[in-house]
Design a protein around this ligand. Structure first.
Ligand SMILES: Cc1ncc(COP(=O)(O)O)c(C=O)c1O
Length: 438
């Protein structure tokens, strides 16, 4: 039966043209390129779930502030390496207001997206102690960070946290950290792609073990406050965005503006380094980078070499957005709740057509509706599913790309428009008709 809206040969031809040897292992950007080519050739629009493009307009408070800054002439002026002062101050207030943690403005440093932030932090953490040459990924995770390790030529280990939630996390982590080669731990929370959200108990375990084994925790908060089960949107009022910073001082947090403020295009995020880590001296840093402390090595050696700072006008945009959020005039969480609403509908469409959720539970609760969800089709491996969905005009990435041990795909809701839901339903129905054998 061939009931797909696309000719299989066209998709196969484009896969060949792009020299993608294994579609299941294709990177996000390879799938993007492939779908662009197929759309161009066939005129058929895909339901695009492969990449976390925000899908909402940028926060106007940001764009207005940026336009004003450009009109004032900031484009001609190099920004300070560690960021403009007002941004550092507002970011410090932001983490106090929405996480209830104290970090001085000094440790709040803009980076060219969180992508640059993690790249810089991986490099730094990998050079602190010769014996500790490995980063530990609590997976599933954001595939591009593994690519960063590849490009850096640094080592990593990883494990799928699915079977190690709650108290079980301690034993698993301790087993790995006690080997003595881990310099840092990275995870995203809420988690891309599974959307599990670590609890305080789990964050406490991570924090305590980071203290015990002297490792740096890199907490990637690209989806800050997007656990919509709780209202994390009120400045200065609990509940707050959970964070490992409550349990250790060995932390670097990454707050991306891409999703929370739909500001991905301007490539400006924040790295938040704890006061004590910022000033901590590591003899090996002096040897390797001719700079004694974590903070000075980060700013005056690594970020200086990478990009000599971060887009000046975008820093003013972030300043304005943080300030408005701090003052309770900009409810950024309300704006992005749309993702959760869309996820609810999209999940239903998949489940009604033979699919199953992969990461279905967040401890004892059903997984929340958010930016991503994970789905499988019975009897189909993740990479087969990616390929077969491509024939039906639906694009996603395989879960094994994310360090997951489960078979399935990651579905990103952000870029799918509500107007496409009928099309999605129709394609899923046809898909199920073909593969269910009914
Ligand atoms: C977990 C995670 N970290 C980092 C990023 C990248 O953030 P930025 O756009 O700020 O570089 C993403 C984007 O999808 C992400 O999902």
């Amino acid at each position: 039966m061939n009931n797909s809206p696309l000719k299989k040969e066209v998709v196969d031809q484009k896969i060949k043209e792009l020299r993608i040897p294994d579609i299941g292992k294709a990177s996000i950007r390879e799938i993007v390129a492939l779908v662009n080519l197929v759309e161009e050739e066939t005129g058929v629009k895909y339901v695009r779930m492969e990449m976390g493009v925000p899908g909402l307009p940028p926060a106007e408070i940001g764009t207005n502030a940026e336009i004003e800054a450009l009109k004032r002439g900031v484009a001609s002026i190099y920004p300070m390496m560690d960021g403009i002062k007002p941004l550092k101050e507002e970011a410090s207030r932001f983490v106090k207001n929405f996480m209830n943690i104290d970090v001085s403005p000094k440790g709040c440093i803009p980076t060219v997206g969180s992508m640059q932030g993690t790249y810089a932090a991986f490099m730094l953490a990998g050079n602190i102690d010769k014996k500790k040459d490995t980063t530990l990924f609590i997976d599933p995770g954001f595939p591009v960070q593994k690519q960063q390790m590849l490009v850096l030529g640094q080592k990593y280990k990883s494990f799928d946290v699915f079977n190690f939630r709650g108290g079980k996390l301690r034993q698993k982590l301790e087993g790995l950290l006690s080997q003595g080669d881990i310099n840092s731990i990275i995870y995203s929370n809420p988690n891309n792609p599974s959307w599990i959200c670590f609890t305080d108990e789990e964050l406490q375990i991570i924090g305590e073990l980071a203290n015990k084994y002297e490792v740096i925790v890199m907490e990637d908060l690209a989806y800050f406050a997007m656990d919509f089960r709780k209202n994390l949107s009120k400045p200065g009022e609990p509940p707050y965005q959970p964070t490992v910073a409550n349990f250790t001082e060995n932390f670097v947090l990454f707050i991306s503006s891409s999703k929370i403020f739909s500001y991905a295009g301007q490539r400006c995020g924040m790295m938040i380094i704890s006061d004590s880590l910022y000033d901590k001296e590591f003899p090996n840093l002096q040897k390797r980078f001719k700079s004694a402390t974590f903070g000075s090595t980060m700013t005056l050696r690594i970020l200086y070499s990478f990009s000599s700072g971060t887009c000046h006008s975008a820093q003013w945009a972030l300043t304005a957005m943080f300030r408005a959020a701090n003052e309770g005039q900009f409810d950024f969480v309300e704006v992005v709740k749309e993702y959760g609403e869309k996820a609810k509908v999209m999940k239903r469409l998949f489940l009604e057509n033979g699919f199953k959720l992969v990461y279905e539970k967040d401890l004892d609760e059903p997984i929340a509706d958010g930016f991503y969800f994970t789905i499988a089709y019975p009897g189909m491996k993740g990479d087969e599913l990616v390929q077969n969905l491509l024939y039906y005009g639906i694009s996603a990435i395989a879960l094994n790309n994310t360090g997951s041990e489960e078979e399935g795909v990651r579905a990103c809701v952000s870029f799918v428009k509500r107007e496409q839901f009928n099309e999605l339903e129709d394609r899923l129905r046809r898909f199920n008709l073909k593969y269910s054998g009914n």
